[in-house]
Design a protein around this ligand. Structure first.
Ligand code: SAH
Ligand code: SF4
Ligand code: F3S
Length: 449
C-alpha cells in the first residue's frame, strides 16, 4: 500500500522549526511519507505561533485557504499544532469546521494515533503540557542542508509579563548532555557544517551539574570543523563562565542574541525582565571585554503599556550605546492571560507605529555603520544556498551571522571560504571569493632572482 503523505507548514520561532522536524520524525517512524506540497498530502499540519496577534492572524487566514483542500478531498486531515493549539484549544475546531486535530507542543507523540482516529472521522484535542517531555529519543527528520537545529531545552520559567510562551510551552526542562552529544555526532557524520542549540532561554539549560557553558564546551569539541551557535539567551543567565567558553572555543560563533526589550528601568520592571538598563550595559561591557570581536543583536518592543516618550527615548539610548549589529523590533501586542494584559494597552497604535519606525530607522543606520568598516576586509563565510536574487551567486553567513552574497566561483554549498567584501548595506555584505594565493614554485623564484 502506498504510504500516506504529510505536509507540514511552520510559523513562528526556530523552536517551532525544530519541532516540525520532530513531528516529521514521529510520522516517518509511523510509516508516513513527507509531501512537499499541501495539494498532494493526506495530512496537513500547521505548526503555529501565538507570540503576537499578527502571527495568529496569518494562521487564521491560512486555515481559510486550506479549506479548498478539504472540499476537494474531504478525507484530508487538517491539524493545528504548536502554540496556537495550546492557547486556543477547542475554539480552533469549533471555528469554521475544517480543523480535525489540535495538538500542543508537548503532545506530538500522540499524533499518529490521533491522525488514525481522524481518518475515521473522530476529531481530537491533545494539549496537556508536560514537565518532562523533551523528545530526547526522537530523531528529527531534517531536510538535507548545511545547518541543523537542536532543541536542548523546552519551555520557559521567566514569565516576562508580555509573553505567552510560558503558557504555550510550559515549564523549563532540559535534555541530557549525553543525548545532545549523540545528536551532534550524528549530525557531524551526516555532513552538517553548522549546529544551533535552541531554547527559549537556552542559557538556563541544566542537566545535573552541567550548565549551558559545560554543554557548549562539550558540543564544540565533538567536531571542531562544525560551527556552533545558540539562541536565545536571557541576560540574567549570561554567566561569565559562558562568555569565556564562547571566547575560548574557536568554532563557537562570536555572536550573541541578547534581547533587551526596553531601555527604561521602569518598563523593564513592569516587564519582569529582572535587570536594569545599567546592569544590561555592564553585561555588554563584560562580554565585549572578554570577546572583543563579538557581534550582538537584540529584540525590542515599542509601546508596552504606560510607555512614555521619555521611556522610549531611553530605549534609543541603549541602542546607541550598545550599537547592535542587528535587531528584531516589534510593536507591543497584548496577549490574553499575561500579566501585561491586565495593564491595559494605553499606547495608541499610531504612537506605537511611530516609535517602532524610529527604532527601525536608528537600527538600520547603526547596522550600516557597523558593516561599513568591513569593506575591503576578508570574512569567512559558510556557503548556505543560492542567493534569492541571482542563480549566479551564493548566499552564506559570517561567524558574526552577517548575510554575505558573492559570485559562485568554484565554491559549493557547505564550503567554508574566504570572501573579500567590496560593498555593504545595513543587512548584507557583497563580495568576491578570495583566491587562495598561488605558491610560486621554487625554480621560478630562482630564475627570477
Ligand atoms: N525567549 C526568547 C524569545 C521570545 S519571543 C527571549 O526571551 O528572547 C521573541 C520576541 O518576541 C521577544 O524577545 C519579544 O521581543 C517579542 N515579543 C514577545 N511577546 C510579545 C508581545 N506580546 N508583543 C510584542 N512583542 C513580543
Ligand atoms: Fe517570553 Fe520572557 Fe520567556 Fe523569552 S524569557 S520566552 S520573552 S517569557
Ligand atoms: Fe511563537 Fe511559540 Fe515560538 S509563541 S515564538 S512559536 S514558542
Amino acid at each position: 500500500m502506498q504510504k500516506r503523505k504529510v505536509y507540514i507548514e511552520t510559523y513562528g520561532c526556530q523552536m517551532n522549526v525544530a519541532d516540525s522536524e520532530v513531528v516529521a520524525g514521529i510520522m516517518d517512524n509511523n510509516n508516513y511519507a513527507m509531501a512537499n506540497d499541501a495539494a498532494e498530502a493526506d495530512v496537513i499540519f500547521v505548526n503555529t505561533c501565538s507570540v503576537r496577534d499578527n502571527a495568529e492572524h496569518r494562521v487564521h487566514q491560512r486555515l481559510q485557504t486550506l479549506k479548498k483542500y478539504k472540499s476537494n478531498s474531504p478525507g484530508v486531515v487538517i491539524g493545528v499544532l504548536g502554540c496556537m493549539a495550546e492557547r486556543l484549544r477547542a475554539e480552533l475546531i469549533e471555528k469554521g469546521n475544517i480543523v480535525d486535530l489540535v495538538v500542543g507542543p508537548d503532545e506530538y507523540r500522540k499524533l499518529p494515533e490521533l491522525v488514525e482516529n481522524a481518518f475515521s472521522g473522530e476529531k481530537g484535542i491533545a494539549v496537556r503540557l508536560s514537565r518532562v517531555e523533551n523528545y530526547d529519543d526522537i530523531v528529527p527528520l531534517r531536510t538535507e542542508g548545511v545547518s541543523a537545529w537542536i532543541s536542548v531545552m523546552r519551555g520557559c520559567d521567566k514569565f516576562c509579563t508580555f509573553c505567552v510562551v510560558p503558557f504555550t510551552r510550559g515549564r523549563e526542562r532540559s535534555r541530557s548532555v549525553k543525548s545532545v552529544l549523540e545528536e551532534v555526532r550524528r549530525l557531524s557524520d551526516a555532513g552538517f557544517r553548522e549546529i544551533t542549540l535552541l531554547g527559549q532561554n537556552v542559557n538556563s539549560y541544566r542537566d545535573g551539574d552541567s550548565d549551558f557553558a559545560d554543554l557548549m564546551e562539550a558540543v564544540s569539541s565533538v567536531d571542531r570543523s562544525i560551527r556552533i551557535r545558540f539562541t536565545t539567551s536571557h541576560p540574567q543567565d549570561m554567566s561569565e563562565k559562558l562568555i569565556r567558553t564562547i571566547a575560548e572555543n574557536e568554532n563557537i560563533c562570536k555572536y550573541i542574541h541578547l534581547p533587551v526589550q526596553s531601555g527604561s528601568d521602569r518598563i523593564l520592571k513592569l516587564m519582569n525582565r529582572t535587570y536594569t538598563s545599567a546592569q544590561y550595559l555592564q553585561l555588554v561591557e563584560k562580554i565585549e571585554s572578554i570577546i572583543p570581536a563579538v557581534s550582538l543583536s537584540t529584540d525590542i518592543i515599542a509601546g508596552f503599556p504606560t510607555e512614555t516618550e521619555a521611556d522610549y527615548k531611553q530605549t534609543l539610548e541603549v541602542m546607541k550605546q550598545v550599537r547592535y549589529d542587528g535587531a528584531f523590533m516589534f510593536k507591543y501586542s497584548p496577549r490574553e492571560n499575561t500579566k501585561a494584559w491586565e495593564m491595559g494597552d494605553d499606547v495608541s497604535d499610531e504612537i506605537k507605529v511611530q516609535r517602532l519606525n524610529e527604532i527601525i530607522e536608528l537600527q538600520q543606520k547603526i547596522s550600516l555603520e557597523q558593516n561599513q568598516p568591513l569593506v575591503g576586509k576578508t570574512v569567512e563565510v559558510l556557503v548556505e544556498r543560492e542567493s534569492a536574487k541571482s542563480s549566479d551567486e551564493w548566499m552564506g553567513r559570517t561567524d558574526a551571522n552577517k548575510v554575505t552574497v558573492f559570485p559562485k566561483g568554484n565554491a559549493k554549498i557547505g564550503d567554508l571560504i574566504k570572501v573579500k567584501v567590496h560593498k555593504v548595506n545595513s543587512a548584507t555584505l557583497f563580495g568576491m571569493i578570495e583566491q587562495a594565493k598561488k605558491e610560486i614554485p621554487e625554480y621560478r623564484v630562482a630564475v627570477n632572482l
